[in-house]
Design a protein around this ligand. Sequence first.
Ligand code: ADP
Length: 396
Amino acid sequence: MWLTLTILLAVALAVLVIRYLQLRNALRRAEQDAGAHIEELQERYQNQALHVQTQQETLFNSMIEGLLLLDEHERIQLANRAFTQLFGTPADLRGKTVLEVLRQHELAELVAKVAAEKQVLGHELKLGGLSERWLQINAAGIFNGDGKKQGTILVFHDLTRLKQLERQREEFVANVSHELRTPLSLIKGYTETLLDGAKDNPEVETKFLQTIQRNSERLQLLIEDLLTISELESGRLKMNLQSVRLRSLVDRVLEDFKTQAESRHVELKNEMPDLTARADSDRLQQVLGNLIGNAIKYGRSDGHVGVSGRLANANLVELCVHDDGPGIPPESIERVFERFYRVDKARSREQGGTGLGLSIVKHIVQSHGGKVWVKSEPGKGAAFYFTLPAKHEATN
Ligand code: ADP
């Protein structure tokens, strides 16, 4: 009986031990599984956080505007690529204040002001230095649900190009008014003098009337050139592109300048090979006319003016109008294509120039997708070059 009991107890104990060991193993396995699962979750979360951060950074860095994100202590948390490029600062600005980085008190004041106000504040900032720059800055506080400030966001727009265009427009209007005023006041003055009695003196009457006529022609030329420029700049102008045989076109334009050239004893030469361009024939005549007219006007009397050309590459023809006059001084080379720029103002006016010819040339050439430039050595003449798309006869 005792023996049976002992055996039974031993069997029960053995079963319990086995069961205990099984449970312990199962627990360990469950622990290991849970650990692995937690690790996996952690990794996934980190990957997701990294992904969001990368996405954010890519988004901020792809912005054209500079962006600065400050924390609640007004220290930089994030500066995007456009910002660091705009100000030439190092890429990592974390922890610094706006004043430390930019040394702009106006900006530090803006940051302080935005902390007190719950609205977007705008500010225009002009940066000095080698090249002037204008920035529009919009700043706003970031608040949580309880209205507690979490940080500040500043967006920097570069207004430099806009400001430059605004300035150019103002200068243009001032120049146009000035250019119009001179012939107009001469016309007015001479008309008044005629009405005041000069008309009874036949000798001065004719002289005065000729002055009035010359100035009204000048006014007309100026207005025509201004209209051409406004048409070209508006982008409304349609280029009527066709195959243009350059040699015969140059012949036609030179023919128009025969009388003008003869009056200065200038020899005109068509050196253009038989090339074909893809261009608007009327506009191209205008370009050649302006360049040939200038070469005759500003070249020397008894001089030579030639028009040459070559195939610069398979897709481009290069044309050149050259003279053997006094040329253009090096300091003016870059500027002759500007509106109203003249090397010698008195000479240009005396020759009936409006100061707009070369800027019209530049516009037309650029509308063809070409480039224009000038080479000149003082005393050795000037050569104006421009390119046009070549037309291949085979692909006609
Ligand atoms: P303008 O009506 O005064 O001729 P343009 O725009 O055609 O105006 O030319 C600008 C200036 O460039 C001229 O006033 C002149 O001083 C200079 N220029 C143009 N062509 C020549 C040239 N072939 N030789 C010397 N100077 C030139």
